[in-house]
Write a protein that binds this ligand. Structure first.
Ligand SMILES: NC(=O)c1ccc[n+]([C@@H]2O[C@H](COP(=O)([O-])OP(=O)(O)OC[C@H]3O[C@@H](n4cnc5c(N)ncnc54)[C@H](OP(=O)(O)O)[C@@H]3O)[C@@H](O)[C@H]2O)c1
Length: 248
C-alpha cells in the first residue's frame, strides 16, 4: 500500500489532488493534511476509491509537524509520497515598513521555511519507503526564466513569486543533497516541483481560470510515472493539454 500525505488537502488544489490521485493511483492510502480534524468533514463526500485518512498538521507549527510524523510512523512506519501543497499569503495592506516586514516574514515562513521543515521532518519515513517522492506545489510565478522574459502578466504579489522561486531552489537543494549523500540510486528520494496553474480557489478569490482538478493533473501525472522516467530535480506543469517542463 502506497502512503501519500497531501498537506492542505481539505480544500482547493490540495483537495483536487486527493480526488485525482485517489481515483487514478491504485492501492493508496491518502493522508489528508488539515489544520484541524473538523476541516476534514467534506472528505466523506469525495467518494474516491482510495482510503482517505485525515491527518492533523499545521505546517507553520513545529509541535504539530512532530505530532503528525509520530502518527504516520506509528500507524504506517513509512511515507511513500509527501505533497507539500498547503500554503497561504496575503497582500500587504500598505507600504508601512513594519507591515511589509511582517508580510514578507509570514509569506516566507509559510511558503518556504515550513515546506523545508515538513520535508526534513518526514525524510526518515520517506527513506523507509521503497521509492520516496516529494512534490513541492510551486508556481510558474516562481520561474525566473518566465519572469525575466516578461511572459507573465504583472503582479503585485512579490512575496508570493519570490517565495515560489525560493521553493524551486529548495527542490534542487534537496535533490543535490540526495545525490551527494546517498550512494545507491535505488535508495534516493525523488524531488519534483509542480505548477498547478491559475486555478479557481479561495487563494485568489476564485478568480483563476482553471478548475482545481485541472490544476491537480500535473501531480497525478508525476505520480503515474515510472521510476527514473522523470528525473529528480525537475519542474512540471500541465497546460493546454501538454504535460511539460517549466524552465527554472
Ligand atoms: N490557486 C492557484 O491559482 C495556485 C497557482 C499556483 C500555485 N498554487 C499553490 O497551490 C497551493 C494550494 O493553494 P490553493 O489555491 O488550493 O489555496 P487554498 O484554496 O487557499 O487552500 C490552501 C490550503 O492550505 C492550507 N493551509 C494554509 N496555511 C496552512 C498552514 N499554516 N498549515 C497547514 N495548512 C495550511 C489551508 O488550510 P485551511 O482550510 O485550514 O485554511 C488549505 O487547505 C499553494 O501552495 C499555492 O501557492 C495555487
Amino acid at each position: 500500500m502506497t502512503i501519500i500525505l497531501v498537506t492542505g488537502g481539505n480544500r482547493g488544489i490540495g483537495n483536487a489532488i486527493v480526488q485525482a490521485v485517489g481515483t487514478r493511483v491504485r492501492d493508496v492510502t491518502i493522508l489528508v493534511g488539515c489544520r484541524s480534524l473538523e476541516r476534514a468533514e467534506e472528505l466523506k463526500g469525495l467518494g474516491v476509491p482510495a482510503k482517505l485518512e485525515p491527518l492533523e498538521i499545521t505546517i507553520t507549527d513545529d509541535a504539530s509537524i512532530r505530532a503528525a510524523v509520530q502518527i504516520v510512523e506509528t500507524k504506517y512506519g513509512k511515507l511513500d509520497v509527501l505533497i507539500n501543497n498547503a500554503g497561504s499569503v496575503s497582500l500587504p495592506k500598505s507600504d508601512d515598513l513594519t507591515e511589509l516586514r511582517e508580510n514578507w516574514a509570514q509569506g516566507f515562513d509559510c511558503l518556504v521555511t515550513s515546506q523545508v521543515l515538513v520535508t526534513k521532518a518526514f525524510l526518515p519515513l520517506l527513506r523507509k519507503a521503497e521509492w520516496g517522492r516529494v512534490i513541492m506545489i510551486s508556481s510558474a510565478r516562481g520561474s525566473l526564466s518566465r519572469n525575466k522574459s516578461i511572459e507573465m502578466p504583472p503582479t503585485q504579489h512579490w512575496v508570493y513569486n519570490c517565495s515560489k522561486a525560493a521553493l524551486n531552489l529548495v527542490t534542487i537543494e534537496f535533490r543535490n543533497a540526495e545525490f551527494r549523500e546517498v550512494a545507491n540510486e535505488m535508495d534516493r528520494i525523488t524531488f519534483w516541483a509542480a505548477s498547478p496553474g491559475h486555478c479557481k480557489t479561495a487563494f485568489n478569490n476564485f478568480r483563476g481560470f482553471k478548475d482545481p482538478l485541472e490544476g491537480a493533473e500535473v501531480t497525478a501525472r508525476l505520480l503515474e510515472s515510472r521510476r527514473f522516467e522523470i528525473p529528480s530535480g525537475t519542474f512540471w506543469e500541465f497546460e493546454q493539454g501538454n504535460f511539460q517542463q517549466v524552465p527554472w
